[in-house]
Design a binder for this molecule. Structure first.
Ligand SMILES: C=Cc1c2[nH]c(c1C)Cc1[nH]c(c(CCC(=O)O)c1C)Cc1[nH]c(c(C)c1CCC(=O)O)Cc1[nH]c(c(C)c1C=C)C2
Ligand SMILES: C[C@H]1O[C@@H](n2cnc3c(N)ncnc32)[C@H](O)[C@@H]1O
Ligand code: SF4
Length: 451
């Protein structure tokens, strides 16, 4: 039996599974976590430690049809200006609760399109962040940049404010695909954005591209990857296009009959993956590639790769604080998510309350299972020794779980003294294998394709 037949028989081409940027995943959050819990979790951060800070900007000038991000269109800057004022008020509240001596190991601006902010708004927001906490040594300040929404002046402000990583949205360079997904973006425009970013000494450049787009073929994705490689990005995220029109209504604009089949998606991923590997990139987890000297590649080699809401990271901070509408924070105690609607978020912060609307306090085996799933997503292996040492897991119980997983996956996995290992031929199954260690009921969540 070929590997592909085996993958198909195991349900890879039919499965709908989470992306596991958290465990439990966000659909399992409830209203059990309150603004008061969020405040007390912030107050419990150890003095003189580090935290990471994520600021979410849920606005875009254009609304690309393929996009599943939580963002709203705006033709003018006035809602953005009002939103920045709310973010500043939320930062002020954070400052009031944060223990002494905390520094930022990471600052990430995401969205949406944070580069929609005017240079003055950017300066203002950076200033307010600096009032809350200084950057730690070896900090990273990264910003998601839409090449259509950037200019030299904004980049100057960001670079002066300490931005040392930039991430650009590319998705695909093919004109017909761009038209079908509602995201026109010429190669030349993207190249100019890259040059402007590099000219300001920004140390690290990431680019996002997608496989599984309508009309995408091996030839077309090859061309896109080659064009992207001409920019020599330090990192690339190669996400599977998640077609979830029941969640992201804009995707109803995308003709489903032009979408590749799950089997073709696997081909597209493999085609792109090989090109990156040939070019010397290290494979990072399920969907990232990094130059060998990049932090992600080093973290992977040293076993320090982590997974958070922004994807893969080499950040070692235990605490990630997400501000802005819909942002999710992670603490040793659990997750807290802000109200998703900008109106509800704004109303809470303007009244002087944190906007926490949902979340999950860790209980029972949550942390153990979260770490097992993170290990699979990052390293394609589960290391039993760490689980017994850090979470008091029972070695026999772990072995029994591994054996059950291996049976469920046709003996394609390897069980060793050290733990469980997913060999390369079984790696397309990684999210499905992770799901087999998920104790929550996933039947109602409406996830995207497993490949
Ligand atoms: C920056 C944009 C995106 C974010 N997530 C996605 C994009 C494109 C992709 C995505 N994330 C989820 C789905 C649903 C189906 C699935 O495959 O699981 C898709 C297509 C899951 C998801 N998205 C949000 C939540 C709360 C969840 C569930 C979490 C999980 O399954 O782990 C909302 C959300 N997504 C993004 C942000 C910043 C955000 C709001 C907090 C990023
Ligand atoms: C932040 C990044 O999220 C990715 N992104 C946006 N929408 C989707 C989707 N439906 N499926 C997969 N990835 C998506 C894009 O690559 C963007 O650049
Ligand atoms: S891809 Fe970027 S610019 Fe397009 S709608 Fe999504 S967040 Fe906005």
């Amino acid at each position: 039996m070929t590997t592909r037949t085996q993958l198909s028989r195991l349900g890879l081409f039919d499965a709908k599974v989470p992306r596991y940027t958290s465990y439990p995943t966000a659909p399992h959050f409830s209203d059990a976590v309150s603004p008061g819990d969020f405040a007390s979790w912030i107050e419990a951060v150890p003095e003189n430690g580090t935290v990471s800070l994520y600021l979410h900007v849920p606005f875009c000038r254009r609304l690309c049809w393929f996009c599943a991000c939580r963002t709203q269109g705006t033709a003018t800057l006035s809602p953005v200006a009002a939103y920045v004022e709310t973010l500043k008020a939320e930062l002020e509240m954070l400052k009031a609760h944060l223990p002494r001596g905390i520094r930022l190991s990471r600052l990430h601006w995401g969205g949406g399109t944070p580069t929609l902010l005017s240079p003055e708004m950017m300066r203002d927001l950076i200033g307010k962040v600096q009032e809350v906490a200084d950057f730690a040594d070896h900090y990273e300040f990264s910003v998601e940049i839409d090449p259509n929404e950037i200019d030299g002046e904004r980049l100057d402000v960001l670079a002066e404010g300490g931005m040392n990583r930039a991430s650009i949205g590319v998705q695909d360079f093919d004109a017909q695909i761009q038209e079908t997904i509602g995201r026109p973006q010429g190669y030349e425009l993207t190249r100019q954005a890259v040059e402007m970013i590099r000219a300001r000494g920004v140390a690290s450049l990431n680019a996002d591209i997608l496989y599984g787009l309508p009309h995408q073929s091996r030839a077309r994705i090859t061309e896109t990857v080659q064009k992207l490689l001409s920019f020599a990005p330090d990192r690339v995220a190669l996400y599977g296009y998640a077609h979830v029109p029941w969640m992201a209504k804009r995707q109803q604009m995308i003709p489903s009959d032009a979408l590749p089949t799950p089997s073709e998606r696997l081909d597209l991923f493999e085609t792109a993956r090989r090109l990156f590997v040939w070019d010397g990139y290290a494979e990072i987890g399920i969907d990232h590639f990094a130059a060998p000297d990049d932090g992600l590649a080093i973290a992977q080699k040293t076993g320090k790769l982590r997974r958070n809401f922004q994807g893969y990271t080499d950040d070692t901070s235990e605490v990630l604080i997400g501000l802005g509408a819909s942002s999710i924070s992670r603490f040793p105690q659990g997750y807290a998510q802000n109200a998703p609607a900008t109106s509800a978020y704004t109303a809470a912060v303007r009244e002087g309350r944190f906007a926490t609307s949902r979340g999950h306090a860790f209980q029972g085996e949550d942390k153990l299972r979260a770490r097992m799933i993170e290990m699979l997503m990052c390293n394609f292996r589960i290391d039993s020794a760490e689980l017994t040492a850090r979470y008091g897991a029972d070695a026999d119980a772990l072995s029994a779980m591994f054996r059950r997983a291996n049976e469920a996956f046709d003996d394609m996995l390897e069980i060793t003294e050290e733990g469980l290992f997913i060999p390369p031929e079984a790696r397309p199954l990684t999210r499905m294998i992770a799901r087999s260690f998920d104790a929550y009921d996933l039947s109602k969540a409406g996830h995207s394709s497993a490949i």
